[in-house]
Design a protein around this ligand. Structure first.
Ligand SMILES: Nc1ncnc2c1ncn2[C@@H]1O[C@H](COP(=O)(O)OP(=O)(O)O)[C@@H](O)[C@H]1O
Ligand SMILES: [Mg+2]
Length: 254
């Protein structure tokens, strides 16, 4: 059975939208009634009197969702900043209640929701409410999009560590080539290193796919990831193994 999940990334621009959209499109092809959400977006574009999020539009198109834009993306701010800063600059307070309402509506309307975060887990939505708090509040398991290139071990380990610190359930990693890369030794070795170091499964790897559009996302790379997400409880590494991970969360200072 496929559950709803939250797509985060080790960084902005790492491929959260592409992976979330690819998986939503794969579900739709399987006949699953999938809804998509981008609860908070920044860097929105003005369209008439509205401010629209390219990510939300991409997700909506890929999933063939017919829900209103303000349900798919209840909070959209124009400044390309972390949400708390964008909110200050735009003189628009972020009201979390509109997010909870939109989530409830879309949950009731669809069998499954694919929710894309903003930036990474430690990005502030409010000064004292981070993306990790949002994931915890939504009670959704996490899919972490990461890059295959040198430097990914540190970013991915920090993200998994933060997820564990917040008590979030990590479904696994998706290693995405968000730009054209020459697959060298780091790119070949990193997925295995990430899996053994973070003790979370790599659910799949997405190659660089060239120029992408929401209505013509290739099926190939996302089908196996969707199968892995579905099969995942059997593959889930036990909490015992997580405890043995070199990146188990530290005990709080006494
Ligand atoms: N596998 C891929 N192949 C080709 N282009 C990609 C791939 N993944 C991401 N991109 C491109 O990289 C950019 C950032 O990806 P995006 O999904 O928007 O990242 P995020 O949502 O994490 O900010 C976009 O222009 C996107 O089209
Ligand atoms: Mg995005």
């Amino acid at each position: 059975m496929i559950r709803s999940f939250f797509v985060t990334g080790t960084d902005t621009g790492v491929g959260k939208t592409v992976v979330a959209a690819g998986l939503a499109a794969a579900m739709k092809r399987r006949g699953i009634d999938v809804g998509v959400m981008k609860p908070v977006a920044t860097g929105g574009r003005r369209r008439g009197r509205a401010i629209v999020s390219d990510d939300a539009e991409f997700l909506k198109l890929a999933a063939g969702a017919r829900d209103r834009r303000d349900l798919i993306n209840p909070v959209c701010l124009e400044p390309a900043l972390a949400p708390n800063m964008a909110s200050r600059l735009a003189h628009r307070a972020i009201d979390l209640r509109v997010i909870w309402k939109a989530v409830e509506t879309l949950k009731a309307r669809h069998d499954v929701l694919v929710v894309e975060g903003v930036g990474g887990l430690m990005v502030p939505i409010l000064d004292r409410f981070l993306v990790a708090d949002l994931v915890r509040r939504l009670r959704l398991p996490l899919l972490i999009v990461t890059r295959p290139t040198l430097g990914t071990i540190n970013h991915t380990a920090l993200t998994v560590l933060a997820a564990r610190h917040y008590g979030l359930d990590v479904l696994g990693l998706v290693v995405n080539a968000h730009r054209r890369i020459d697959a060298g030794i780091a790119e070949r070795l990193n997925p295995g290193v990430l899996e053994s170091m973070c003790r979370v499964p790599v659910l799949g790897e997405v190659p660089f796919l060239g120029r992408l559009s929401a209505w013509s996302l290739p099926h190939g790379p996302f089908e196996p990831i969707l199968r892995a997400v579905t099969a995942e409880p059997r593959r889930r590494l036990t909490s015992g193994l997580a405890a043995a991970s070199p990146i188990a969360p530290a005990r709080p200072p006494s």
